[in-house]
Write a protein that binds this ligand. Structure first.
Ligand SMILES: Nc1ncnc2c1ncn2[C@@H]1O[C@H](COP(=O)(O)OP(=O)(O)OP(=O)(O)O)[C@@H](O)[C@H]1O
Length: 264
């Protein structure tokens, strides 16, 4: 069964059509990468799925129509890590991550011991335990990115939407974050939809990929099916070589243009 299903999704922003009837089906417990050049509509699609942008068409999460769900109910189903989160600089890391528990709080809105334990565990999983009392305004870009992810994990929703989750991270933290998300997918059945500009990383982690260009789907399937040299060249205008990582996953290299030296 699909945990997330989108059919004929159209979004218009500022009188301009941005998504032109996008279909997407993401199996429960799988990782789906949404790829595409700048401005293709990837973030717009994630925002429609999480219910913060108006759309036409149908989006169902766990069988329920997102547009009709109250915000609190929706937040128990879907956690979302935006590309450029706005963080309150005066708040501490611990306070911010605890906000992930908000959709689960009762009438009085008071966190229980279990809510605090879940938030602390999310901090630990993202190497942030030592930062618990730091103000968000003092954190580096990569640390802030991990804090936002920790808050999303503390939310304990079954579907996690990640918009470019690794842009500010060094190589080690990129791997740590993606491995952690992958572990949660494998052990707890988390369904993941992420945008990723790094096509090789998308090929490593995603079960299926959708290539979005100009607000429309041009290909969907496994990494080997979607990431061909011809398609990347056509849609990204890039010269690339697609190799194999030895385990059947494509690795995408940019190919430098050669120049004739003067006098040669
Ligand atoms: N509020 C808005 N009003 C008008 N146009 C918008 C608005 N938000 C986004 N757009 C436009 O919609 C298009 C899709 O934007 P979106 O952020 O979804 O692209 P993207 O694929 O995520 O791009 P990137 O890879 O650069 O992050 C872009 O052309 C963008 O300029």
């Amino acid at each position: 069964m699909s945990a997330v299903k989108a059919a004929g999704v159209r979004v218009v922003l500022d009188h301009k059509p941005i998504l032109h009837g996008v279909d997407l089906a993401v199996g429960s417990g799988s990782w789906h990468a949404v790829l595409g050049p700048n401005g293709a509509g990837k973030s717009t699609l994630l925002k429609a799925i999480v219910g913060i942008l108006a759309y036409q068409g149908e989006i169902r999460v766990g069988g329920e129509s997102v547009a009709k769900l109250p915000a609190k109910h929706r937040a128990r189903l879907i956690a979302y890590v935006p590309q450029q989160p706005q963080l309150p600089g005066d708040m501490t890391v611990a306070e911010y991550v605890l906000l992930g528990r908000t959709p689960h709080l009762g009438y009085l809105g008071v966190e229980s011991r279990s809510d605090r334990a879940i938030a602390e565990s999310a901090l630990e999983r993202l190497d942030l335990a030592g930062f618990a009392h730091r103000r968000l305004g003092t954190m580096s870009g990569g640390e802030r990115q991990r804090v936002v992810l920790a808050r999303a994990l503390a939310q304990q929703a079954g579907v996690l939407l990640l918009d470019e989750p690794t842009t500010a991270l060094d190589l080690g933290h990129q791997q740590q974050v993606l491995d952690l998300v992958d572990e949660l997918r494998a052990t707890e059945g988390l369904t993941v939809i992420s945008t990723l500009h790094d096509l090789s990383l998308a090929a490593q982690y995603a079960d299926e990929l959708t290539l979005l260009v100009g607000g429309a789907v041009v290909a969907t399937g496994t990494a080997r099916e979607v990431l061909t040299e011809q398609r990347i060249s056509e849609h990204y205008g890039a010269r690339v070589k697609v190799l194999d990582d030895g385990e059947g996953r494509p690795v995408i290299h940019l190919v430098r243009r050669t120049h004739q030296r003067q006098g040669e």
